[in-house]
Design a binder for this molecule. Sequence first.
Ligand SMILES: [Zn+2]
Length: 244
Amino acid sequence: MPASLNITLSTATCERLTLDGLPWPVELRRHPRARRLRLALDPPRELLRLTVPRRMSRTAALDWALQQGRWVAEQLAGVAPAEPLIPDATIPFDGGTLVLRWDPAAPRTPRLDGAALVCGGPEERFGDRIARWLRAEARRRLVRETSALVIASGSADGPVSIGDAETRWGSCSAAGAIRYNWRLLLAPPHVRAYVVAHEVAHRVHMNHGAEFHALQARLYGGDCHAARTELRRLGPRLKRVGRG
Ligand SMILES: [Zn+2]
């Protein structure tokens, strides 16, 4: 992935920049006594601190930082607390929040009731029933949202499935099969719409070239870069829902 550098602050010894592929901005600092590169998370400031030896080139330091994406994702997953699907838990949902309510008198199949998801049946399988509902709801919405864009893109329709991939929000096979992470249901609709536009655009262009980006932008109709940045920021929390 080409690094797009978006420099917002620059001084002689410290600069802050956004790198495609890393969820938080990087604060690059030259350190006269540093022997090697070091990357550290700064959760309160939502920053990655990159310490660079004095004589190392900036490009080499940033290339190295970009290769730490997986490590950063793992660290962030550890920073965000687990959010189990238990009665009275509040989870992110479709840009807002949803309270999970257990009512023994209600049907076992969860039902949306305003900002609550009400589920009956025995308490010990409560989380499993909620998880199944969330996946099914994600599928319903993503199938519908994908179909709408398929028509707009003029591409052929194809299968849509739901999974829980660790590092990707969506994928599109050469045969046009699209797979989404169910957790997109927890993200704001405009962020989900960006992922849908991205994958539907892949049905027409199986690359990240200029024509792909033009189609993606047309299908999304908004600021793709901002949506992607927002998804990176939200991702670690969304990935902790239903765990623990
Ligand atoms: Zn892509």
